[in-house]
Write a protein that binds this ligand. Structure first.
Ligand code: SAM
Ligand code: CA
Length: 247
């Protein structure tokens, strides 16, 4: 029988092998999805950006390859043209978006950290999609207030991806609901928050997981109660909740 130490060791190596993203019943099943349907179809620049990001110390933040593929498909399905992203990091979801948009498509991308965006930028430029991106460095909330102040931005976004500070999601939602068009979609990322949304009160959670969990729980309740949207929570990546504005 394996000792606890060995179990932990096994878990660590499995974790490294498949990433931390799986909410599926087994890591093998997640690996199957990646190897069968994601990696063989992953555009070369996304693969390159994934490899660049893997070497970065904060790589745990990146969007997983299967979620990148999902976003890319979703944007094409809804014919998105004018989009926004809050939380860019090195740009994997940004590139998935940029590759899905038509040549005159736009992404208003916000992050407090420009350095990480610039790490991925050469790959995005090489892919020939950098002209679609308008990157703004700084906290998203004041930028959103600035956008809201101009009436012409209201109801103008086809798609908005939110993948930043979870303690602000509710504040973002209050603004984004006016900026997305009726029929448009907001995607809130990490809404299953490492599975912690169902963890018992005494569960041994990492400090940051425990801290943000209450905000994620509050968001999930607020989205389900919001009559202006239809929602769908998907167990892709760390959980993504799609919100379609209906009024
Ligand atoms: N979507 C990214 C990807 O595919 O790699 C991952 C984003 S990462 C999970 C979260 C990002 O949110 C970080 O790059 C962080 O700098 C950014 N962030 C944190 N607080 C923010 C804020 N108040 N406004 C804008 N960006 C913020
Ligand atoms: Ca995320």
């Amino acid at each position: 029988m394996a000792t606890n130490g060995e179990d932990n060791q096994n878990q660590v190596s499995r974790h490294q092998e498949v990433g931390h993203k799986s909410l599926l019943q087994s890591d093998a099943l997640y690996q199957y999805i990646l190897e069968t349907s994601v990696y063989p179809k992953e555009p070369e620049p996304m693969k390159e950006l994934r490899e660049v990001t893997a070497k970065h110390p904060w790589n745990i933040m990146t969007t997983s390859a299967d979620e990148g593929q999902f976003l890319n498909m979703l944007l094409k399905l809804i014919n998105a043209k004018n989009t926004m992203e809050i939380g860019v990091y090195t740009g994997y979801s940004l590139l998935a978006t940029a590759l899905a948009l038509p040549d005159d498509g736009k992404i208003l991308a916000m992050d407090i950290n420009r350095e990480n965006y610039e790490l991925g930028l050469p790959v995005i430029e090489k892919a020939g999609v950098a002209h679609k991106i308008d990157f703004r460095e700084g906290p998203a909330l004041p930028l959103l207030d600035h956008l809201i102040a101009d009436e012409k931005n209201h109801g103008s976004y086809d798609f908005i991806f939110v993948d930043a500070d979870k303690d602000n999601y509710i504040n973002y939602h209050k603004r984004l609901i006016d900026l997305v068009k009726v029929g448009g979609v907001i995607g809130y990322d990490n809404t299953l928050w490492n599975g912690s949304v169902v963890a018992p009160p005494d569960a041994p959670l990492r400090k940051y997981v425990r801290y943000y969990r209450d905000f994620v729980l509050e968001l999930n309740k607020a989205l389900a109660a919001d009559p202006r949207i239809e929602i769908c929570m998907l167990p892709v990546g760390d959980g993504i909740t799609l919100c379609r504005r209906i009024k």
